[in-house]
Design a protein around this ligand. Sequence first.
Ligand SMILES: [Zn+2]
Length: 180
Amino acid sequence: MNHQQYSNWILLEDDLDQEQQRELHLHLKGCSQCQALYQSIHQLDHLFRTASVPTPGPDFSSRWMERIEKRERRRNYRILGTTLGIVSLATVGLLSIIGLEIRSVVDFFPQVMLQLVTLLAEWLVFLSQLSNILTPLFLVGLKLISPLWLYTMLFSLGGAAAVWVGRSIINRTLHKELNA
Ligand SMILES: [Zn+2]
């Protein structure tokens, strides 16, 4: 039996039968060349078995989720801010047009504006509370509904309500003035 055959046996040691294994180890005792190969193969094998595969830490996924949540919250706040700004401007603009059309209300306009600002502040508080409730809901199961769509709907309704309230304030003021 030559060295080549033993080299093959070293590589296939697990597949050898007892007789072949006995023969191999007998050869290894007397052959430094094959002994060296055997040792290096076993060292390599040991290295592969013990080499630590870089596995993600146990809190990796939770940290990742946290990052996603943070980014999502930031985005929601951005949408909230932008939409609130646009709707506020539109509402104020619309109310200005309505207010300017009714001359007698012009004197009461600062009062109307004050009431509107109060209303908007109350809105802001309400909406931030709402977003605190809605944000976890989005994260849990409402991903199907785009937050942008939902916020747009919400603010459209809010804007319409504000216009309605504003108009009723103007009407009441006008009514009071007409009766005076
Ligand atoms: Zn040998």
